[in-house]
Structures are given as structure tokens and as C-alpha cells.
Design a protein around this ligand. Structure first.
Ligand code: ATP
Length: 347
């Protein structure tokens, strides 16, 4: 088992900064996810941990040991990529056995025993003799996972392993990956651009943007207390209003947003901040809430089954509402209570 640390890690390609000042610790046995939009540096971080890239600055450490100059095959990591990268001319069992080319099976097992154990772990018992092209996409990705786990690595690295699969399969595979990870208690770093997947699967999440980490935290904290506007908007739907702190009055603070006033809880306003961003989740806006009333012009409504997502505009700002029914009027008023707003200092 391994604790992973990155200290001041930076990576430049011909003058382009792919990563800057990455500091993070992934705890022993933790399921840790790097999430962020395309190009934010997730894959570069993962490849640097695996040893496929060397950092331009900073150090990667496994249990305190600096990995500078240690090649990937000596790092004790298992890697699963987005594409299955299985060998088509080898059977499923041979593909899993290929994971043992640098290392003996653990606990004195034979290669056959280890391969059988791994195929059982990923629910592919009895499929060892098949060719990869006789498997579904989800099954192939489980073979890739079994191959990565075969040498009993200290660290498991997964780079968008589900992005080629359809939504339903992704959900079932992600539950399986989570189950296997907790069974093995293996320190895992998972890369995805899908924030919902990151929240669902992880012990902790790092949200990345432009080669930097914006916030690290448990999924609940990332969702409920985003540290920056970027995190507030990237993780789940959010309504964000930029404004200026106008007046502090007991446990209420009034924020001036483009000539309108919103009341928020004084405790939620970062001390000393003048310019702030008020964030209100769609679910916190209701037609009955009273303190802040916002007349919204409806633009589109999407029926999602359980709820309706309404896009509209208030005071020049785009709004997202979550309503029980499609509104029958283009003008409607929603409200929120001061305690339902989360406030961050504007960058
Ligand atoms: P995606 O979700 O699209 O895979 P990502 O978050 O994984 O994106 P990276 O692949 O890590 O992002 O890329 C980070 C930045 O580094 C991007 O601007 C990318 O263009 C750049 N980059 C990555 N690899 C190289 C390379 N080999 N040469 C030059 N630039 C690179």
C-alpha cells in the first residue's frame, strides 16, 4: 500500500505550461479523482505519476521515496487507459498474464492461478479462452483492469477508463471498479472529465483548471462548498451572481448584483471580501421561497423525468432552475433564502 505525494510538480512542453505548482497527497488506500475540463492537465498528472513523463520541476514520491529517474516498470503501478489496449491476437487469459511480464505473481501463485483469480475478481470467470473481439466494451475494460492488477501493484492509475462506454454500462462498471478498489484497498488515482462520475466514485476529488488544482476535498465539500467560481460552475449546475458587498446587517449581508440586491447569510461571506460571487444551486430556488425574489424570463425547458430543468434569465444573468413541472408561463418568480446561498470571493 502506498501514499502518493506530488510536491511543486510542473510540466512544460516547448514553453506551454501543462502543469503548474501541483501539490497533493493521495492517502494510503484512497480512491482519489482528478477531474476537470479537456486540456486542464489530468492526463499529464497521471502520466507523471506513472513515470511516462518527467516533471520539469517538483517531485513525485511513493511512501516518501522520490521517484526521480525511476522508469515506469520499476514504479509498481498498474495503469488502465481509455482505449482497452488489449492484444487482439492473444486470448483474454494471455492478455491478463501479460501484466506479469516484469514481475512474478504475488504470494507464490502460478501465472495460471493468478490469472484465474483476477478474472474472477472482475467477474469474467470462464472467459479466459476467448479473444478480446468476442467481448463487449465493458468486458474488455475489465480485462484491462485485471491485467493492470495482476502484479499486485501498490498504486492503480485509471485514465478515463469508461469514456468509450455508453451511460448505463459506465454506471455498472464504475460500481464494479469501486467495489474492487475497496476490496483490494489499493491507492487509486482516477482521471475523468465527468464531474458526476467523480462525485459518485471518489473518497476525495481534485478539481483542475488550466494546469492547476482549484480545490481538493471530499465530494460533499466540493459540491456544497466550492472554493472558487470555477468549481461552483464545473461541479453540478449552479447559478452564479457576481456582485459587491453592500451592507452588513447582523446575520445578513446584502450584495449588490447589477443594481438588484440579494441577501445572504453574513457567515457565508469571506471575511474582508468586497467583490463576491453568490452561488445558488437550482434545487435551492423555489417558487415559494420568500426572502430573495427573482423574476425570471424562461428561455427553454428540458423534461428530465423526475424534474424539469429550466434555462432563463434574471437581471441579465443566465439562470438554471429545477422545477417539478414545465412552467406554463414565460415569466415566473423564484426565490431563495439567505442560508441557501454559498458565497466565494471573486478572483
Ligand atoms: P483531456 O481530458 O482532453 O484528455 P487533460 O486534462 O488530460 O485533457 P492533458 O492531456 O494533460 O489534459 O494536457 C494538458 C495540456 O498539455 C494541454 O494544453 C495539452 O495540449 C498539453 N500537452 C499534453 N501533452 C503534450 C505533448 N506531448 N506536447 C505538447 N503539449 C502537450
Amino acid at each position: 500500500m502506498t501514499e502518493l505525494t506530488l510536491a511543486g510538480v510542473a510540466k512544460r512542453y516547448d514553453g506551454t505550461a501543462a502543469l503548474e505548482g501541483i501539490d497533493l497527497t493521495v492517502r494510503d488506500g484512497e480512491f482519489f479523482t482528478l477531474v476537470g475540463p479537456s486540456g486542464c492537465g489530468k492526463t499529464t498528472t497521471l502520466r507523471t505519476i506513472a513515470g511516462f513523463e518527467s516533471p520539469t520541476a517538483g517531485t513525485v514520491r511513493f511512501d516518501g521515496r522520490a521517484m526521480d529517474g525511476v522508469p515506469p516498470e520499476d514504479r509498481d503501478v498498474g495503469v488502465v487507459f481509455q482505449s482497452y489496449a488489449l492484444f487482439p491476437h492473444m486470448s483474454v487469459a494471455e492478455n491478463v498474464g501479460y501484466g506479469l511480464r516484469f514481475r512474478e505473481p504475488p504470494d507464490g501463485q502460478t501465472v495460471d492461478e493468478r490469472v484465474r483469480e483476477l478474472l474472477a475478481l472482475v467477474d469474467l470467470e470462464g472467459m479466459g479462452e476467448r479473444d478480446p473481439d468476442q467481448l463487449s466494451g465493458g468486458q474488455r475494460q475489465r480485462v484491462a483492469l485485471a491485467r493492470a492488477l495482476a502484479p499486485a501493484p501498490d498504486l492503480l492509475l485509471l485514465d478515463e477508463p469508461m469514456s468509450a462506454l455508453d451511460a448505463q454500462l459506465r454506471e455498472s462498471l464504475r460500481r464494479q471498479v469501486k467495489r474492487i478498489q475497496s476490496e483490494l484497498e489499493i491507492t487509486t488515482v482516477y482521471v475523468t472529465h465527468d464531474q458526476a462520475e467523480a462525485l459518485a466514485i471518489s473518497d476525495r476529488v481534485a478539481v483542475m483548471n488550466g494546469g492547476r488544482i482549484e480545490q481538493v476535498g471530499r465530494p460533499q465539500a466540493i459540491y456544497r462548498e466550492p472554493a472558487t467560481r470555477f468549481v461552483a460552475e464545473f461541479v453540478g449546475d449552479n447559478n452564479v451572481f457576481e456582485g459587491a458587498v453592500r451592507e452588513r446587517d447582523g446575520d445578513r449581508t446584502r450584495i449588490d448584483v447589477g443594481g438588484e440586491t440579494l441577501a445572504v447569510s453574513a457567515a457565508s461571506v469571506p471575511p474582508g471580501a468586497d467583490r463576491v460571487t453568490v452561488c445558488v444551486r437550482p434545487g435551492a430556488l423555489s417558487r415559494s421561497a420568500g426572502t430573495n425574489r427573482l423574476p425570471v424570463t424562461v428561455e427553454t425547458s428540458e423534461f428530465l423525468g423526475e424534474t424539469v430543468r429550466v434555462h432563463g434569465r434574471w437581471n441579465g444573468t443566465e439562470m438554471i432552475l429545477q422545477l417539478p413541472e414545465i412552467p406554463d408561463d414565460d415569466e415566473l418568480t423564484v426565490g431563495f433564502e439567505p442560508d441557501d446561498a454559498h458565497v466565494v470571493a471573486t478572483d
